[in-house]
Ligand binder design. Structure first.
Ligand SMILES: *Cc1c(COP(=O)(O)O)cnc(C)c1O
Length: 387
């Protein structure tokens, strides 16, 4: 063994590809158990990962229970029954569907399928942090388009024109979340359609609709109907948010069949477990449950935004189940004080937004607890302007 080989063996992390070594890992919201452990607090609520506090449909819970007995069997790798149910639900052929272990895995699959070191992909400043991660892991170049400036009607939001300008001849993927996380901002239907129209055929538009169920109630409809005319459109959906199934990890892509076929070549053979498949099939049979939860959350979002404004804390417009709040100063101390009060929110300094916090909308009593803590923390806040 040469000295050089020995050195590398002592630092096996250096064997990772240069692209992976350069990545900064995704920082998720603090888990409830971690705060309990670290601070010795028992009564903790989490408003940090945009989970749906109403949880899944009782039909989904019953289906999960029933599926447990089959846990020793590999799941149906082709998810025949779920794809049939989804195809009917969306009115699309099953050949257009790809299932993922959460839509996060679909983002990975898209990057691995369409990018290598010769390519680039476009995303937006303040866009979902997973996009640059999956792009860079492949060795491809991540082109970040500037977002709308603060003080504009959609501050920190995607600027479709800037994204179009960022596209190069070697661009294969363009990531757009509507609405976006962590900002909550959205691109209006007409502007989005014009954008998809204008993206050249050599680039796929990945339209991430993780918050669709809340967005629809906020007047932000799905781009799915455009699929028929745009073979380079990929719509991503998830059961994690509106459907309240974040823990089971299941999402799907709707695309041209050739895009689905390409992704399925790389897809891990049994990437969606049998509990997740059973839960999703059952959840699709109870749209009322999802709509009811989404309606409550959207109403609470308006109430919380108004109360925050009353405390002198401005919120960015949101079509999701969360609010991005401007603390007016460094947000870290506010985050820390909320933790001490047993409320976990999400700092987003990693996004280049050190003054903001992202706060998920919880049950009314959770939101009340957050607002009470904040009222104590920001006593010096200027009174809300009457306007
Ligand atoms: C939460 C979220 C997802 C969904 O992630 P899953 O892996 O399906 O749980 C995807 N995109 C955005 C923008 C999100 O906020």
């Amino acid at each position: 063994m040469s000295a050089r080989t020995k050195l590398t063996a002592a630092h096996p992390g250096q064997l990772a590809t240069a692209a992976v070594r350069a990545l900064s890992p995704y920082v998720p919201g603090k888990p409830i158990s971690e705060l309990q452990r670290e601070y010795g607090i028992s009564d903790v609520i989490k408003l940090a990962s945009n989970e749906n506090p109403y949880g899944p449909s009782p039909l989904a819970i019953a289906a999960i229970r029933a599926a447990i007995a089959d846990a020793w069997l590999y799941p149906d790798g082709s998810a025949h029954e779920l794809k049939r149910a989804l195809g009917a639900h969306l009115a699309v052929p099953v050949e257009c569907l790809t299932l993922g272990n959460g839509s996060n895995e679909l983002l990975l699959m898209l990057a691995e399928t369409f990018l290598d070191a010769q390519h680039s992909a476009v995303c937006s400043q303040y866009g979902f942090a997973i996009y640059p991660l999956v792009i860079r892991a492949t060795g491809a170049t991540c082109l970040e388009a500037p977002a709308h400036a603060p003080g504009t009607p959609m501050p920190y939001g995607h600027d479709p024109e800037a994204m179009l300008r960022a596209i190069r001849a070697d661009t294969r993927l363009v990531f757009i979340a509507n609405p976006n996380n962590p900002t909550g901002t959205w691109v209006g239907h007409e502007a989005l359609e014009a954008f998809i129209e204008a993206v050249p055929a050599h680039a796929l538009v990945v339209l991430d609709e993780a918050y669709l169920e809340f967005a629809e109630l906020s007047g932000v409809p799905s781009g799915l109907p455009w699929l028929a005319d745009h073979p380079n459109l990929v719509v991503l959906r998830t059961f994690s948010k509106g459907y309240g199934l974040a823990g089971l990890r299941i999402g799907y892509a709707v695309s041209h069949p050739e895009v689905a076929d390409a992704m399925n070549r790389y897809r891990p053979a049994f990437n969606v477990g049998n509990l997740a498949q059973a839960a999703a099939i059952a959840a699709l049979q109870d749209p009322g449950h999802v709509q009811d939860a989404a309606r409550r959350i959207v109403a609470e979002r308006a109430r919380v935004a108004t109360a925050l404004r009353g405390l002198g804390l401005a919120c960015v417009p949101s079509a999701g189940n969360f609010l991005m709040v401007d603390c007016g100063a460094e947000a870290a101390p506010v985050y820390e004080q909320l933790l001490r009060g047993g409320v976990i929110v999400r700092p987003i300094g990693g996004y280049g937004l050190p003054r903001h916090l992202r706060i998920s909308i919880g049950l009314p009593e959770h939101n009340d607890r957050l607002l009470k803590l904040l009222a104590k923390l920001v006593p010096a806040a200027p009174a809300a302007s009457p306007a």
